[in-house]
Design a binder for this molecule. Structure first.
Ligand code: ATP
Ligand code: MG
Ligand code: MG
Ligand code: MG
Length: 439
């Protein structure tokens, strides 16, 4: 992509309305634009990041055996009357009437709709286990939308729903998602800690919020510091092996970790000195077993091996990709801007032409641009007329992992400069070597 043909509305001034660093940087880097309170347009750079996050989430959902669908954003109120949630949900739900005066709503979540789909098609235990997910916009009329896309009213959610015959198999489904989440957040460059969360009237201990520690987090969390160094499961996890999944979950739940609502002072005090971590946290994911809460009132039943029909046991599993874009920046930035982890960087390389109009510099940049393109490396080529200082500032601000800096001085000896954004490490290299480094 040539920057001269791209749409990257960089802000030089610090936007006053933004209270936290990720919000400031997302506005300054031209990633998002507020259209009304808590409702954002995603500009090209932001859209690329969001897509990359979704792809990591999708790959790990698929790996675990979940199957992707796409449900609508607009739902009928009647479904929610069946579960009893239409009246319970309160003001966070955006209620709409269509031209026939029918009550509709913009979905804040999809348990009812998924249960309706299951009820229509799934009749036998032989169709189970099943886990269906989608990545779709949600709307919640938050009392205090704030911090940009961290707490917005319209936001993207990956929500998966597991369907099983009984409690035991539902726990296996829960564990699959637990492990898939560990892998997902690791790939996104985050240390997310599964923390015991509230299960409401369902009870039991099958609800975990995945929390990343950040001073700007909205909840207070408590955990053992060893979580920060715990190894995450590799690609070799066998999602069809319940014992293997259980042993991973057991390890990841063996130490104390809880959000404020479930905090137990005594258990926390029992952690050895120097290993107690009390911090602010951001909820990036939430997994939840809720049994027959929806299948029972909505009549989603399957026949077991004995021929007897029973309501299915379900769980739901959410991740917020739009919140993650902000959370990743909270976890990875410096005074000059964003530092994208390689896996979700909008482009891998920024190619900086320090003297556009100079024939030799233009030719070298074009050749490098073509070569990287041929090697399938995503490049943002800064071919604009801006001064070098401004190009450096933009490159640092938007946080691409590598900057390839090309100017007449270096080219005189056949070399270019390669800068690694994460630690600022710079090297002067022959062009071919620089290309080899980043491919
Ligand atoms: P919170 O406690 O932050 O209000 P929640 O518990 O209401 O979140 P869930 O219903 O568990 O959220 O939804 C699953 C995921 O969706 C959350 O873990 C989060 O990543 C994301 N999410 C929820 N609300 C928002 C929001 N207002 N803006 C952006 N992402 C959100
Ligand atoms: Mg909420
Ligand atoms: Mg929550
Ligand atoms: Mg939650």
């Amino acid at each position: 992509m040539r920057l001269s043909r791209y749409f990257l509305p960089i802000l030089r001034e610090v936007p006053k309305e933004a209270e936290i660093v990720s919000h400031r940087l997302m506005l300054r880097a031209g990633m998002i634009r507020q259209e009304s309170a808590g409702i954002y347009a995603w500009l090209p750079l932001g859209k690329r990041v969001l897509d990359k996050i979704c792809n990591v989430v999708r790959e790990e959902q698929n790996r675990s055996g979940a199957v992707e669908i796409l449900m609508p954003t607009i739902q009928s109120a009647d479904l929610w009357r069946e579960s009893g949630r239409y009246d319970d949900y309160g003001k966070e739900m955006l209620r709409i009437k269509d031209r026939h005066e029918r009550d509709m709503l913009y979905g804040p979540t999809n348990e009812e709709m998924l249960t309706e789909i299951v009820r229509a098609y799934v009749k036998s235990y032989k169709d189970l286990p099943l886990n269906l997910y989608h990545i779709q916009w949600k709307f919640r009329d938050e009392v205090r939308p704030r911090f940009g896309v961290m707490r917005s009213r319209e936001f993207l959610m990956k929500d998966a729903y597991s369907v099983d015959l009984d409690f035991e198999s539902a726990v296996v489904a829960y564990n699959r998602m637990f492990v898939a989440y560990l892998r997902t957040f690791e790939r996104l460059g985050l240390k997310a800690i599964p923390m015991v969360a509230d299960t409401g009237p369902i009870g039991g201990n099958h609800s975990h919020e995945f929390i990343i520690l950040a001073s700007t987090g909205e909840s207070q969390v408590f955990c053992h510091s060893d979580y920060l160094g715990m190894a995450t499961p590799g690609t070799d996890v066998d999602f069809r092996d319940p014992a293997q999944l259980q042993s991973i979950v057991d390890r990841w739940t063996s130490l104390y970790a809880a959000t404020e609502e479930k905090h137990d002072e005594a258990a926390f005090a029992a952690i050895p000195d120097g290993q107690r971590l009390s911090a602010r946290g951001i909820e990036v994911g939430h997994i939840f077993y809720f049994g027959t809460k929806y299948s029972e009132p909505m009549g989603a039943k399957v026949a077991g091996p004995d021929g007897v029909e029973r309501p299915v046991h379900m769980g739901s599993y959410g991740i917020g990709p739009s919140r993650l874009a902000a959370a990743i920046i909270e976890a990875s930035h410096d005074e000059n801007g964003i530092i994208w982890p390689e896996a979700i960087a909008p482009f891998r390389v920024g190619l900086l032409n320090l003297k556009p109009g100079d024939a030799a510099t233009d030719a070298a940049c074009e050749a490098i641009y073509a070569e990287l393109g041929a090697r399938n490396v995503d490049v943002l080529y800064d071919d604009t007329e801006e001064r070098p200082g401004s190009k450096f500032a933009t490159a640092d601000l938007i946080g691409l992992p590598w900057q390839l800096i090309v100017g007449p001085k270096g080219l005189a000896t056949g070399s270019v400069e390669l800068k690694r954004r994460a630690d600022g490490f710079r090297e002067t290299l022959p062009i071919s070597e620089a290309i080899a480094r980043i491919t």
